[in-house]
Design a protein around this ligand. Structure first.
Ligand code: HEM
Length: 448
C-alpha cells in the first residue's frame, strides 16, 4: 500500500530515489568488472555448456570459496604441534558453523583437484592449446601443480593420524625425485621427520606463499585467455557468419546458474558429510596400510611395482610430455572439435579400453607372478626393477601411439588423443586401485 503510494507520488513529482541511484551505480561497477573478465560479445557456440562444461569457471569459483573459508579457519587454527589438533576440535564443537566452514573448505579443496584435472582433459580434447594458446596451457599445468601443492600442504594441518602419516608417506615419495627430491623434502620437513618445523613450514606455505602465487598466476591465466582471442572455437569456413550474443546477460546468466548449483551442492554435501578428523597424530603408531592422500595413490601404486627411481622418472617424463604437447602437436585446423575427428574419437576409445583392461591385468600379474629382480639375480634392483620396467613402459606407450596411427590411419594429433586417453585413464584406474583395492601391507584386497 505504502509502496504503491510512493510510486504514485514519484510518477507525478520528481522525488530522487537514493536507493535506485545506488543500485544502478552498483550494477555499473558489477558490469564493468564482468567486462574486464569477458569480452562484450561472445560467439553463441561458445555458450554451449557441453563445450567447456563450465570447468574453468567452477575451478575459479572453488578457489574463491577456499580463500574465503580459509581466512575464517585462520581465526581459530593454531599451527603448533601441541595445539593444532585441539584447535580443530574446538572449532568443530565450540564455534558456531565452525564444523560447516571446515567441511566446505575440505570438500572444496578435494573437488578443486577433480575440476582442474577435468578442465585440463577438456582443454586437451578440444585441442584448445592450439593457435597461440600453448603458453596458457603451460600456465595451466603450473596451476594444476599449485592446486596439488595446496592440498598437500593443507593435509597436514589438522595434525591427526591421517594427516601425519599421509604427509610422512608423501614426503618420502618426494625424496625419490632424482637430484632435487631430497633437497625439497628436507626443506619441507625442516628436520629428520615430520614435526613442529614441518607444521610451521606447511602452514606458512599454505596460507601465505601459495595463495600469493596462485592469485597472481590465475589472474594471468584469465588475462591470457582474452589475449589469445578468448576461448577456442572451431575454424570458420570461408564466408561463414558467426552469431554473437552479448555477455550480459547471456553468458553471465549461465555462469550465475552454474555457480548457484555448485555452491548449493557443496554446502549440502558439507552439511551432511563432515571433514574427517581421526585421533591425534602419533608418530609411534603407524597405521597399516599407511597411504598417501588419494591424489597421490596412483603414484604410490607405481612405487609398488617399480624401483623408486623409475617410479619418479616415469610420471616426470609423462608430465613433461603433456606440458609440452602444444610444441609437438602443431597442427591447428582441428581446434575446438572434441577429439579432433571421428578417427580421433576411435583413438580415444582404444586408449581408454586399453587402460581399463591392461592396467588391472598388469597390477595383478605383478602382484603374483612377475618378479624381474628374482628372474635376474645379481642385477642391481635399480636396473632390474627400475630402468628395465621403465624402458618397457615407454616402449609400450610408443607401441600404443604407432599402433593407433597404423591401425586407424590417423594423423599425429589424433594418435596423441589415443595416447593421452590411455595415460589419463591409467592414472584414474591406478588411483582407484590404490584407494579401494589396497589393504594391510598394501596387499591387493577385495573391498566389497
Ligand atoms: C585453478 C586452475 C584453473 C582455473 C581457475 C582455470 C580457469 C579457466 C577458465 C575460466 C577458462 C575459460 C574457459 C573454461 O571455463 O573452460 C580457462 C581456459 C583455459 N585453460 Fe584454464 N584454469 C585452470 C587450470 C588450467 C589447467 C590445469 C590447464 C591445462 C593444463 C588450463 C589451460 C587452459 C587453456 C589452454 C584455456 C583456453 C581454453 C580455450 O581456449 O578453450 N587451465 N581456464
Amino acid at each position: 500500500m505504502l509502496d504503491n503510494l510512493r510510486l504514485w507520488i514519484r510518477g507525478r513529482l520528481y522525488v530522487p530515489d537514493k536507493g535506485a541511484d545506488e543500485r544502478s551505480r552498483m550494477r555499473l561497477v558489477a558490469n564493468n568488472l564482468i567486462l574486464h573478465l569477458h569480452p562484450t560479445r561472445v560467439p553463441a557456440s561458445a555458450l554451449r555448456f557441453t563445450y567447456t562444461w563450465g570447468l574453468g569457471g567452477i575451478s575459479a569459483l572453488l578457489a574463491v570459496v577456499l580463500i574465503a573459508t580459509g581466512i575464517l579457519l585462520m581465526f581459530r587454527y593454531d599451527a603448533s604441534v601441541e595445539h593444532a589438533y585441539t584447535s580443530i576440535q574446538l572449532l568443530e564443537t565450540e564455534v558456531m558453523f565452525g564444523s560447516l566452514v571446515r567441511a566446505v573448505h575440505h570438500w572444496a579443496a578435494n573437488l578443486l583437484i577433480i575440476t582442474v584435472f577435468l578442465h585440463m582433459v577438456r582443454v586437451f580434447y578440444t585441442g584448445s592449446y592450439k593457435k597461440g594458446r600453448g603458453f596458457n596451457w603451460l600456465v595451466g599445468i603450473f596451476l594444476l601443480l599449485l592446486v596439488v601443492t595446496f592440498n598437500f600442504t593443507g593435509y597436514l594441518l589438522p595434525w591427526d593420524q591421517l594427516a601425519y602419516w599421509a604427509i610422512t608417506v608423501g614426503t618420502s615419495l618426494l625424496g625419490y625425485v632424482p637430484v632435487v627430491g631430497n633437497v625439497i623434502s628436507g626443506f619441507l620437513l625442516g628436520g629428520p621427520e615430520v614435526g613442529q618445523a614441518t607444521l610451521r613450514n606447511f602452514y606458512a606455505i599454505h596460507v601465505a606463499l601459495l595463495p600469493a602465487i596462485f592469485i597472481f598466476v590465475m589472474s594471468y591465466h584469465f588475462w591470457r585467455i582474452r589475449k589469445d582471442g578468448n576461448i577456442s572455437q572451431p575454424e570458420r569456413r570461408a564466408g561463414e557468419r558467426v552469431a554473437r550474443l552479448t555477455t550480459i546477460p547471456h553468458l553471465v546468466q549461465r555462469e550465475f546458474a552454474v555457480a548457484s548449483v555448485v555452491i548449493t551442492g557443496l554446502f549440502l554435501w558439507a552439511m551432511f558429510v563432515p571433514a574427517p578428523l581421526e585421533e591425534l597424530a602419533n608418530p609411534a603408531r603407524p597405521p597399516n596400510p599407511a597411504k598417501a592422500a588419494w591424489y597421490f595413490l596412483g603414484l604410490q601404486e607405481l612405487l609398488l611395482h617399480m624401483h623408486p627411481l623409475a617410479a619418479m622418472i616415469l610420471p616426470g617424463l609423462i608430465l613433461a610430455g603433456i606440458a609440452l604437447v602444444p610444441y609437438w602437436d602443431r597442427s591447428d585446423e582441428d581446434i575446438g572439435i572434441y577429439f579432433r575427428s571421428a578417427t580421433g574419437q576411435k583413438a580415444a576409445l582404444i586408449g581408454t579400453g586399453l587402460a581399463v583392461v591392461l592396467v588391472p591385468v598388469l597390477v595383478v600379474l605383478d602382484e603374483w607372478w612377475i618378479d624381474v629382480p628374482g628372474w635376474l639375480p645379481g642385477w642391481p634392483t635399480w636396473l632390474s626393477n627400475g630402468l628395465i620396467p621403465l624402458a618397457m613402459t615407454l616402449a609400450g606407450l610408443a607401441a600404443i601411439y604407432t599402433g593407433i596411427r597404423r591401425h586407424l590411419r590417423s594423423n599425429h594429433s589424433e594418435a596423441l588423443v589415443g595416447l593421452f586417453s590411455f595415460l589419463v585413464v591409467s592414472l584414474v584406474v591406478m588411483t582407484i586401485i590404490g584407494v579401494f583395492f589396497r589393504g594391510p601391507n598394501m596387499a591387493l584386497v577385495w573391498p566389497f
